[in-house]
Design a protein around this ligand. Structure first.
Ligand code: NAP
Ligand code: G4F
Length: 323
């Protein structure tokens, strides 16, 4: 039975990746942080389901290098997926050093722990389209980085650390440069879920207004459930490499609002208020990915359309609020 270790297992992607690897017959180990309220809601169904006995959670933290060494020595994984990060771009302006430590240095802590304990394990790093920042679209593997936030800067560090361990130590280390991907499991302070939760609350008569920042930003939004398949495929590839994962289609925040509200029979313009509080010191205006390398070499295409993604999220939030 192959053994995988996932950092960030309690997050959106960690939960979808756990689903996928358990369905493929893996023994899955996940690292969770100590928090005052247990943050494992996304894993609850899996843990109580038939494959739950193959999922083991361990306390750990990317800020605790010796703990990582101890865990890797004990687990001896075949594959390591580093999904843990302070992943919120706007919050990274409030917590720049913390973000640099977890999202940037955390990568090298994990890589170094792996080099010392299990150098033949395959390694996936959750790199991000935020590294491209203000580089003109479409962005691909050869596009120079120009990050626009402490988060983006930290992800560039993690990207190059991953390349460096491949080149320096001949380790099987890879970067998935993923464009925005969403789902009903998305945290509520990212714009898509913030919108779909508000739509559900407004439709249920529990809220009237939704305050947002920049409506003109364009993002290449895909479905998280499709994207975790690529993480796994990258580690089954014959050589370690870096891949852009995207849909090749970009939409504005405004368009997301239009579709989400209309799906619930509402007019977005009657409810959305622009609030400067949500503007960022530096914005990423336009992300649009060119994933032709992944399509060519890994045989991958996203299954879910933008419209399906938006309506799936609205439906899930409405079902939750309406019981
Ligand atoms: P997420 O929902 O925010 O999950 C982040 C995970 O990291 C959570 O499990 C969190 O634990 C954990 N974490 C945070 N700090 C940690 C630390 N110091 N030590 C150990 N674990 C820690 O993010 P996501 O959307 O699933 O994204 C997964 C990864 O892909 C992240 O690295 C993100 O930056 C990257 N990425 C995401 C997207 C996207 O559009 N979703 C696109 C490109 C790249 P808690 O539950 O305890 O907070
Ligand atoms: O949903 P967002 O916060 O996601 P953002 O900044 O694009 O970052 C996400 O995608 C990255 C991949 O490109 C990941 F690496 C990262 O971890 C994260 O998952 O914001 C999307 C856009 C931005 O332009 C933002 O300014 O929506 C705009 N926006 C407008 N109003 C808002 C809001 N964003 C948030 N979070 N909240 C608002 O009220």
């Amino acid at each position: 039975m192959p053994v995988a270790l996932i950092t960030g297992v309690s997050g959106q992607d960690g939960s979808y990746l756990s689903d996928l690897l358990l369905a493929k017959g893996y023994e899955v180990h996940g690292i969770v942080r100590r928090t005052s309220l247990l943050s494992r809601a996304r894993l609850e169904n899996l843990r109580s389901g038939p494959a739950g006995e193959r999922l083991t959670l361990h306390y750990g933290d990317l800020d605790e290098p010796l703990g990582l060494v101890r865990l890797l020595e004990q687990i001896q994984p075949d594959e390591v997926y580093n999904l843990a990060a302070q992943s919120h771009v706007q919050i990274s302006f409030e917590l720049p050093e913390f973000t640099g430590s977890v999202t940037g240095l955390g990568v090298i802590r994990l890589l170094e722990a792996l080099r010392l304990t299990k150098p033949d394990a395959k390694f996936y790093q959750a790199s991000s389209s935020e590294m491209f920042g203000s580089a003109p679209p479409p962005q691909h593997e050869g596009t120079p980085f120009h990050p626009r936030s402490p988060y983006g800067v930290a992800k560039v560090y993690g990207f190059w650390a991953t390349v460096n361990y491949r080149e320096g130590y001949d380790m099987f280390t890879t970067n998935g440069i993923l464009f925005n991907h969403e789902s009903p499991r998305r945290a509520e302070n990212f714009v898509t879920r913030k919108i779909t939760k508000a739509v559900a609350a407004i439709a249920a008569g529990k809220q009237t207004e939704l305050r947002l920042g920049n409506l003109d930003a364009k993002r290449d939004w895909g479905f998280a459930g499709d994207y975790v398949e690529l993480m796994w495929k990258m580690l089954q590839h014959h050589t370690p490499d870096d891949f852009v994962i995207a849909t090749g289609e970009a939409h504005t925040v405004r368009e997301f609002c239009e579709i989400a509200f209309a799906h619930a029979g509402l007019d977005w313009e009657k409810h959305v208020v622009v609030d400067p509080k949500f503007f960022r010191p530096a914005e990423v205006d336009y992300l649009l990915g060119d994933a032709s390398k992944a399509e060519r070499e890994l045989g991958w295409k996203p299954a879910t359309t933008f419209h399906q993604l938006v309506t799936m999220m609205v439906d899930a939030d409405r079902a939750e609020i309406e019981g």
